[in-house]
Write a protein that binds this ligand. Structure first.
Ligand SMILES: [Zn+2]
Length: 266
């Protein structure tokens, strides 16, 4: 019996000692405990200073994510990315990382705010980190995504969409919300396949006529794009919807796509 306890102790010691993420796991627990403590503070500390009374309501729950932002890691392996997201000095993270073999790493509770979107805008929302789930897909930025990756992604998106009632329009790429600053996920990302599964919209230009006086920039704005840099926004639009074309010009075919898309996204 003593011998058994000894061996179990040895196994436990080595399994902990060899876990490369032991210290970040510990830090996660501590940080979430600190947030729990902050949330349970009473009187409420974040209210306006001129509030005379504190009356706790009985009716609430946690805020839920309403957007999903997809990324490619622009790194060479999943291990490299896990290391990046567990190192304090990088100041970046995501809720999920999907490796080439389809393995999904869950790094943060869906209720926590990951640091993945950075300076970004969609519609009139600017603090995208506060309202979104970030999913990083292992990819160096210049290669196609693997089938196991996309299968795992579709399963994950299905769970997220149902759990948080995320609208079909709100599955976006990092490039969509940060034109000119970000170009991920790359042009090989299967947006059409995602749309066919209910994550984002796709277009059908059959029978579409371009209305006279059609303004493509207005259409891009209606879809949700930030127009601050017009060339960049066209690049982001093409990366998502016209992946074979890397130019920054809008031709008549693109206009037809926009006419159809703006009806779906508006
Ligand atoms: Zn990104």
């Amino acid at each position: 019996m003593k011998m058994l306890v000894f061996f179990v102790a040895i196994i436990l010691y080595y399994s902990c000692a060899t876990n490369p993420y032991k210290s970040s796991n510990k830090s996660y627990k501590k940080q979430t405990k600190d947030f729990a403590k902050m949330l349970s503070q009473y009187p409420i500390r974040d209210s306006v200073s001129n509030a005379s009374y504190f009356v706790a309501s009985t009716n609430f729950n946690l805020r839920k994510p309403n957007l999903v932002i997809l990324h490619h890691t622009a790194q060479n392996s999943c291990d490299e990315t896990l290391k990046t997201f567990t190192t304090t000095k990088t100041q970046v993270s995501a809720h999920y990382v999907i490796c080439k073999d389809g393995t999904v790493h869950h790094m943060l509770s869906d209720y926590l705010r990951a640091w993945q979107a950075g300076v970004s805008k969609w519609g009139n929302a600017t603090d995208i980190n506060s309202i979104s789930i970030g999913i990083e897909i292992d990819n160096n930025g210049f290669e196609p995504f693997t089938d196991p990756q996309i299968n795992s992604l579709l399963q994950l998106l299905d769970r997220l969409k149902r759990a948080y009632n995320i609208p079909t329009a709100n599955f976006l790429g990092h490039a969509d919300i940060a034109p000119g600053r970000k170009v991920d996920p790359n042009k090989y990302f299967p947006w059409q396949k995602l749309a066919e599964n209910g994550f984002g919209f796709w277009y059908d230009t059959t029978g579409i006529q371009i209305p006279s006086g059609f303004d493509e920039m207005k259409a891009l704005r209606i879809i949700g794009y930030d127009l601050k840099n017009p060339d960049a926004v066209i690049q982001s639009f093409k990366l998502h919807f016209v992946q074979s074309d890397s130019t920054k010009t809008i031709n008549d075919d693109d206009k037809k796509i926009l006419v159809d898309l703006m009806k779906k996204y508006q």
